[in-house]
Design a protein around this ligand. Structure first.
Ligand code: ATP
Ligand code: MG
Ligand code: MG
Length: 549
């Protein structure tokens, strides 16, 4: 078989499997439950779960819930939901908070071996003592406390005897290290906060660098995949595992996903939600999984997108058009077609028998014969798109013009002979005749016509609400702002346009979550705000990239 192209993570995995460092693959997705997941997380999810699958291994879901002040059960539930919706199932479910006792014991072990100490500096002093990239740090005045004193103080920190900020537990490494993460990093801080799972049991909480690698180790993770910001933390990750002589996973870093016209950090997303710039975490303009889902994205399209962009070792910004193309490609295959007129103008067939209604057979999905056909009512009074008609049009205009002809999809060819205007001179009605010989199935005519347009029968059509979404930010990179500016400055004031459409009756049966293509217009999805018989449609994406260069 042809040699498979491996990405750099797979190369590292193969190497460790061949050398026998690890005998299998165990990965994990470790979200902090402090917000909803976004498309960046989806990239990490796809990566971790796919690698586990590819190497017949396992992938855990672990909630990194070590910071009680920002975490909530609502987020835990939404994260589980999103992962399942994306199509993945974790092999084991864990919470870092389940490891608090073990972490405490290991901290005591490091105190005993002289590798950790209780520091009395407050957070500001700790920062000053740390030094800078160009300047070495200074030892904490309490760095050389005896083991006994450290054990006593640490136990009393745990018991809640001291106020917040008065003490920390720090690893004793090297205050002159060129890597600031190794300058006696804090392992524990005092926090008298209520934790969503451990309640008020703990008065001290572990820092990320202390808890993360040790949680990985406890779960026998082999490849701890994280984003590039943690590259400088790897020496610390390794230091802890070595000192404790515990199972030692390999940390591998990849570039986080950034995307144009949006922001991706949970903090900024939370700000947008709380300041009501959007309707909630599931606002269809947000890059959250719940937002994309409400917008009409399919799990397949998000997985395809993540696969397509691949993994890299350097940060870059992905054009959101790639994400939009992914959903277009998938919906083109699976979404049924329907007719809807967004900006209707009345069209009358002057030679159509009064009161006659004919059912026209329409193909549900030309990409999928199994989707079958449906009947669409046709009559002498129709609506077509205003932009599909011009009173006077250039020669290459193949839609309807006065004195011209066009084919009505699934119906027949019509010829336009006149228009009716209001006092202001606007066309309010288009008068046409239909060519009976061209009726679908009549088989009487081989008359050709360059343009085909969609339509709905006026008396059968229903008016439904539409929400047309555009990008939330007008700036390609909303976060790269000048001094004093904010990413909020480039919020697009027209990112949501509420309007209505006249739709064929079959669309009234659409249920929440259904995705359809409005022929010639775009892909739409039924919003949860709908009630039975009264669907509200969100535009997922236009048919073509209307923003493209
Ligand atoms: P944010 O900065 O948006 O709050 P985070 O990194 O703090 O994200 P976590 O809950 O800690 O969020 O992340 C869980 C996992 O998802 C981590 O392994 C992290 O590396 C990964 N992840 C987060 N954001 C991205 C992104 N934009 N691209 C790829 N992976 C990401
Ligand atoms: Mg985080
Ligand atoms: Mg973060």
């Amino acid at each position: 078989p042809a040699a498979e192209r491996l990405n750099f993570i797979e190369v590292a995995i193969q190497k460790d499997l061949e050398s026998g460092r690890f005998s299998g693959v165990q990965t994990r997705f470790p979200p902090e439950p402090n917000g909803y997941l976004h498309i960046g997380h989806a990239k990490s999810i796809c990566l971790n779960f796919s690698l586990a699958k590819k190497y017949n291994g396992a992938c855990n879901l672990r909630f990194d819930d070590t910071n009680p002040s920002k975490e909530e059960t609502e987020y835990v539930d939404s994260i589980k939901d999103d992962i399942r919706w994306l199509g993945f199932n974790w092999d084991n479910l864990h919470f870092a908070s389940d490891y608090f006792d073990q972490l405490y014991e290991w901290a005591v072990q490091l105190i005993r071996s002289g590798d950790a100490y209780v520091c009395d500096l407050d957070s500001e002093q700790t920062r000053l003592y740390r030094g800078t990239v160009t300047e070495p740090g200074k030892n904490s005045p309490t760095r050389d406390r005896s083991v006994e004193e450290n054990l006593d103080l640490f136990a009393r920190m745990k018991a809640g005897e001291f106020p917040e900020g008065s003490h920390t537990l720090r690893a004793k490494i090297d205050m002159a290290s060129p890597n600031l993460n190794l300058r006696d990093p804090v392992m524990y801080r005092i926090m008298k906060a209520h934790h969503h799972r451990t309640g008020d049991t703990w008065k001290i909480y572990p820092m990320y660098d202390w808890a993360h690698g040790e949680s990985d180790s406890l779960e026998k993770i082999t490849f701890s995949i994280c984003t590039l910001e943690f590259e400088n933390h790897r020496p610390l990750y390794d230091w802890f595992c070595k000192k404790l002589e515990i199972h030692h996973p390999r940390q591998i870093e990849f570039a986080r996903l950034n995307m144009t016209y949006t922001v991706m950090s949970k903090r900024k997303l939370l700000d947008l939600v709380t300041a009501k710039h959007v309707s909630g975490w599931d606002d269809p303009r947000l890059p959250t999984i719940v937002g994309l889902r409400r917008r009409g994205y399919t799990p397949e399209s998000i997985r395809d997108f993540c696969e397509d962009i691949g993994v890299a070792k350097f940060n870059s910004t992905i054009d959101v058009v790639k994400l939009e193309n992914a959903v277009r490609t998938h919906l083109n295959k699976v979404a049924e077609r329907r007719m809807a007129v967004l900006d209707p103008v009345k069209l009358t067939l002057t030679n159509w028998p009064e009161g006659k209604v004919e059912m026209m057979e329409a193909v549900n999905n030309p990409e999928d014969p199994a989707a079958g056909t449906r009947q669409v009512p046709f009559s002498g009074t129709l609506y077509i798109e205003r932009e599909d008609f011009r009173e006077e049009a250039p020669r290459k205009y193949f839609r309807l013009k006065k004195g011209g002809a066009v084919r009505l999809r699934y119906a027949c060819i019509i010829d336009c002979h006149d228009v009716v205007k209001d006092e202001a001179g606007n066309v309010v009605e288009i008068l046409c005749t239909y060519d009976e010989d061209t009726l679908s199935g009549a088989g009487k005519s081989d008359r050709k016509c360059k343009g085909t347009i969609h339509w709905v029968s006026a008396e059968h059509a229903a008016e439904v609400p539409l929400r047309l979404y555009d990008r939330l930010f007008s700036d390609e990179k909303p976060e790269s702002v000048k001094d004093g500016g904010s990413y909020l400055d480039s919020l697009n004031p027209d990112s949501l346009q509420e309007t209505t459409a006249m739709v064929e009756p079959a669309l009234l049966d659409a249920e929440v979550g259904d995705r359809v293509q409005f022929e010639r217009t775009g892909y739409f999805c039924v919003d949860p705000d709908s009630v039975p018989g009264k669907p509200v449609f969100n535009r997922t994406v236009g048919l073509r990239d209307s923003w493209g260069k």
